[in-house]
Design a protein around this ligand. Structure first.
Ligand code: P5A
Length: 451
């Protein structure tokens, strides 16, 4: 993409309404624009990152054997009356009446709708196990929407629902989700720690939240510092292997890690004092096992091996897709702007032309642009007739991890500069070497980029 043809409305001033870095930087980098309280338009740069995150989530869910689909945002109140949640959900639910006087609502979550789909089409244990998911907008009329996309009213969530014959099978589904979430967050360059939590309005007493440690996080968390040494890494996992998934769960949840909702001072005191940590975190996901809560209320039953009709065991599992942009920025920025992890960056590298209009510099930039594109990399070429300082400031603000700087003086020696946004280091090299280096860096993150 050439910057002169793109839509990147960066702001010079720091917006006064933004209290935390991620909100400030998303507004300044022209990623989002508030439409009304807690509701945002996703401008091209923000939309690009949102899609990157969605892609990672999709890939990891499909890898775990879960099936993508799409349910609507608007739901009928009748289903929620069946589960008993229509009254329970309170003012967080946005209620709408259609022209025929029917009660509708903008879905805050989809347990009822998916259970209705299940009961209409599945009647036998032979069709189980089944896990369906979608990535869809939700609405929760939060009393205090704040921090930009972090606590929105309209927000994008990946929500998945498992249906199993037995509690044992449903717990395997729970473990599968835990593993796939660990993989997903690491691909986004994040460490998200599973912590024992509370079921809230979703229900169930077996639930973990995934928290990214950050001073600006809304949740208070208590943990054993050893947990921060754990990495999922690139280990191979067989999602059908019950023991393997269970052992990952045990590895990642055996040390003390709880949110304030379930914190127990007595148990925490047993953690060696030097390893006790009290901090804040951003909740980027939550998984639940709630048994037959919805299947009993809504008649989602199957016949088991003996022909008995039994309610299915269920769980639901959510990732805060839009909130993740905020969480990633909170964990990856400096005074000059965002520093995207390679796995989610909107463009793979910036090209800065130090002397726009100089025939050799323009030609070299065009060539580098073409060569990068041919390898499947997406560059953002700053081809504006601006001073170098302004171009660098924009690149730093929008946070592309790598920048190629092209100028007449370097070209005279056959070199350009490759700069790491995170390390701040610049290395002079031949253009083809810079391109080869970027291919090497990005190939592990994007399957289509290869030498
Ligand atoms: C699990 C999937 C559920 O709703 N039902 C379907 C279950 N869980 S949850 O924990 O309430 O939400 C899942 C994730 O969504 C994100 N989230 C939000 N993101 C932005 N703004 C909000 N107001 C908001 N509320 C929830 C969180 O990341 C949460 O973990």
């Amino acid at each position: 993409m050439r910057l002169t043809r793109y839509f990147l409305p960066v702001l010079k001033e720091t917006p006064s309404e933004a209290q935390i870095a991620s909100h400030r930087l998303m507004l300044r980098a022209g990623m989002i624009k508030q439409a009304s309280a807690g509701i945002y338009s996703w401008l091209p740069l923000g939309y690009k990152v949102l899609k990157r995150i969605e892609t990672i989530v999709h890939e990891e869910q499909v890898r775990a054997g879960h099936i993508p689909m799409l349910m609507p945002t608007l739901q009928s109140a009748d289903l929620w009356r069946e589960s008993g949640r229509y009254d329970d959900y309170g003012q967080e639910m946005l209620r709408i009446t259609d022209r025929h006087g029917r009660d509708m609502l903008y879905g805050p979550t989809n347990e009822e709708l998916i259970t209705d789909i299940f009961r209409a089409h599945v009647g036998s244990y032979k069709d189980l196990p089944l896990t369906l998911y979608h990535i869809q907008w939700k609405f929760r009329d939060e009393i205090r929407p704040r921090f930009g996309v972090m606590r929105g009213r309209e927000f994008l969530m990946k929500d998945g629902y498992n249906f199993d014959l037995t509690k044992e099978d449903a717990l395997h589904a729970y473990n599968r989700h835990l593993v796939s979430y660990l993989r997903s967050y690491e691909r986004m360059g994040l460490q998200a720690i599973p912590m024992r939590a509370d079921g809230g309005p979703i229900g169930g007493d077996y639930t973990h939240e995934f928290l990214v440690l950050a001073e600006t996080g809304e949740s208070e968390v208590f943990y054993d510092s050893e947990i921060t040494d754990l990495r999922f890494g690139d280990r191979d996992i067989d999602y059908d292997n019950v023991d393997q998934c269970q052992s990952v769960l045990e590895e990642f949840t055996s040390r003390y890690a709880r949110t304030d909702e379930t914190h127990d001072a007595e148990i925490f005191a047993q953690v060696p004092e030097a390893r006790q940590r009290v901090a804040r975190g951003i909740e980027v996901g939550q998984i639940f096992y709630f048994g037959t809560k919805y299947s009993e209320a809504m008649g989602a039953v199957v016949s088991d091996r003996d022909g008995n009709r039994v309610p299915v065991h269920m769980g639901s599992h959510g990732i805060g897709v839009s909130r993740l942009l905020g969480a990633i920025i909170e964990a990856n920025h400096d005074d000059n702007g965002i520093i995207w992890p390679e796995g989610v960056t909107p463009f793979h590298c910036g090209i800065v032309n130090l002397k726009q209009g100089d025939a050799a510099a323009d030609a070299a930039c065009d060539e580098i642009y073409k060569a990068l594109s041919a390898k499947g990399l997406e560059p953002l070429y700053d081809d504006r007739a601006e001073r170098a300082g302004g171009k660098f400031a924009t690149m730093d603000l929008i946070g592309l991890p790598w920048r190629i700087t092209v100028g007449p003086r370097g070209l005279a020696n056959g070199v350009v500069e490759l700069t790491s946004r995170r390390m701040g280091e610049s290395v002079e090299m031949k253009p083809e070497d810079a391109i080869a280096r970027l291919v090497e860096i990005y190939a592990p993150h994007f399957g289509h980029i290869q030498n």
